[in-house]
Ligand binder design. Structure first.
Ligand code: F0G
Length: 457
């Protein structure tokens, strides 16, 4: 008999989590103004709000923390981190930051000016925020295939080269760089192929532009290249990672994802001029250059995490768990962005809650229903997160309206996946009865989804 697939780790430490009653959850979600970000985590049973900073560190990472060097300048831990990043990516200039958006803030402070255009594949909301707050425009050049959630396509995160070339032709002198997000979170945790990265690189060269990889989930992207792209099956993840970054000039990194640390990030680049420009912003915004926004011990854990999560065993365990959850949803006929992404399942709310008008935010409504059902906390990646158009101030209803169930790394078991799937099925079975959603009672001018207050429509 063939042995089933199982985890490539065992559990050494556990953290209790608590179930609750429907009555309790009804009270709590009302108190949170129907915004799941506003729930205290003790009111959540299975937390799929994000895979960011919620992973379980390994014994090796915890051990590394004990040898952290907390020197203000020239800390040994910084050099460990820098050398690991250079070995994996080929980038020799490294600036540690406290998380991914801080890397964006520091680097974009140096590179993005008012009136610029920054093309890429569905920039993440903080990335878009750091572009738009500088009065520049983020242009989404993701391939159209990504917009059809039911279409099976192996690299739905790809950049549409024609769309990208159009931006370069029209706004060439106003494009400071191209940014490609791997994997493409907003499009559903969908990977970008090596072929596509190569084409973007070629086009960038043609127009004299540089490429940044927003690399939060670069290792998961490498796993998909290995398992889906011709010519990569026999390459190691580390080889694929090295080639990936060979097509880029620099990276911003949220280490809270694929480096499996609870906090941390960095900028890395092969260009001294970018490094010198970013340096001037790192010191006042984050901290001195050899710690930026991090502790010595955290840089040690980050270095180990980068190394561990660019090994096949670890990635396979992780992605197969996401695929396991997807297979349950297939069994129940629940529509999600296909194929399943690397870090999450994105339920297509507009295909589930067909009676809830878009003005009443179907994905948010589905998120609330799933929480009420079983204390499972997901995250709306839809019309609320899309914010308003900075010029017209109209809601942006043009994209997808998804409920993201992000799976933290090495944190939950497949029994938890069964609970999530069963809870979703129960909501799915009563979907015809859900006809009203939510309206906004208060919202912030930028990145409103974190603090928005909702009331029943
Ligand atoms: N880029 C991508 C692709 C991301 O997914 C995130 C964060 C960031 C940048 C910003 O990094 O959080 O460390 O400041 N994504 C989290 C998420 C928050 O839930 O998807 P950060």
């Amino acid at each position: 008999m063939e042995l089933p697939f199982a985890e490539s780790w065992r559990i050494k430490m556990v953290e209790p989590i608590h179930k609750s009653t429907l009555k309790e959850r009804e009270k709590w979600i009302k108190e949170a103004h129907y915004n799941l970000f506003q729930l205290p985590s003790d009111q959540v049973y299975i937390d799929l709000l994000t895979d960011s900073g919620t992973g379980a560190m390994s014994d090796r990472q915890w051990a590394a923390m004990m040898v952290g060097d907390e020197s203000y300048a020239g800390a040994r831990s910084f050099f460990h981190l820098r050398d690991t990043i250079e070995r994996l990516t080929g980038f020799k200039h490294v600036i540690p930051t406290h998380q991914g958006r801080a890397a964006e803030n520091v680097l974009f402070s140096a590179l993005v000016k008012e009136g610029d255009y920054v093309p890429g594949n569905s920039q993440f909301d903080t990335t878009k925020g750091h572009i738009e707050s500088r009065k520049a425009t983020a242009v989404d050049c993701t391939i159209d295939e990504a917009r059809d959630t039911q279409l099976e396509y192996p690299f739905k995160g790809n950049v549409d080269i024609k769309k990208l070339e159009k931006v370069l032709q029209e706004h060439g002198d106003k494009v400071p760089f191209i940014i490609v997000t791997i994997t493409n979170n907003t499009a559903g945790g969908q990977p970008v192929s090596m072929e596509n990265l190569r084409e973007v690189h070629k086009l960038a060269k043609k127009y004299g532009k540089r490429v940044i990889l927003d690399s939060a989930r670069f290792a998961e992207n490498a796993y998909f290249i290995k398992t889906r792209e011709k010519g990569y099956a026999d390459k190691t993840i580390k080889e694929i990672v090295k080639e990936t970054f060979s097509y880029a000039d620099g990276m911003t990194m949220s280490a809270k994802k694929d480096a499996i640390v609870n906090m941390g990030g960095f900028i890395a680049t092969r260009h001294e001029d970018w490094y010198d420009a970013a340096k001037c912003f790192c010191i006042p915004i984050e901290g001195y250059l050899t710690y930026g926004g991090m502790n010595g011990r955290d840089m040690e854990a980050l270095a180990v995490g980068l190394d561990e999560n660019t090994e096949l065993d670890n990635l396979e365990t992780r992605i197969k768990q996401v695929q396991y959850l997807a297979s349950k949803l297939d069994e129940y006929g629940i529509p999600y962005q296909r194929p399943a992404g690397g870090h999450a399942i994105f339920i297509d709310a507009s295909r589930v809650l067909t009676h809830v008008p878009k003005e009443e935010f179907p994905a948010q409504t589905l998120a609330v229903e799933l929480y009420l059902e079983a204390g499972v906390r997901g995250c709306e990646i839809g019309y609320i997160l899309a914010d308003r158009d900075p010029v017209t101030r109209e809601n942006r209803f043009g994209g997808l309206d998804l409920l993201r169930l992000a799976i933290p790394r090495r944190t939950y078991t497949n029994n938890h996946m069964d609970v999530i799937a069963a809870a979703l099925k129960n909501v799915f079975d009563r979907r015809e009865k859900i006809t009203r959603g939510y309206k906004i009672a208060w919202e912030a001018p930028l990145m409103r989804h974190f603090t928005v207050k909702l009331e029943k429509a």
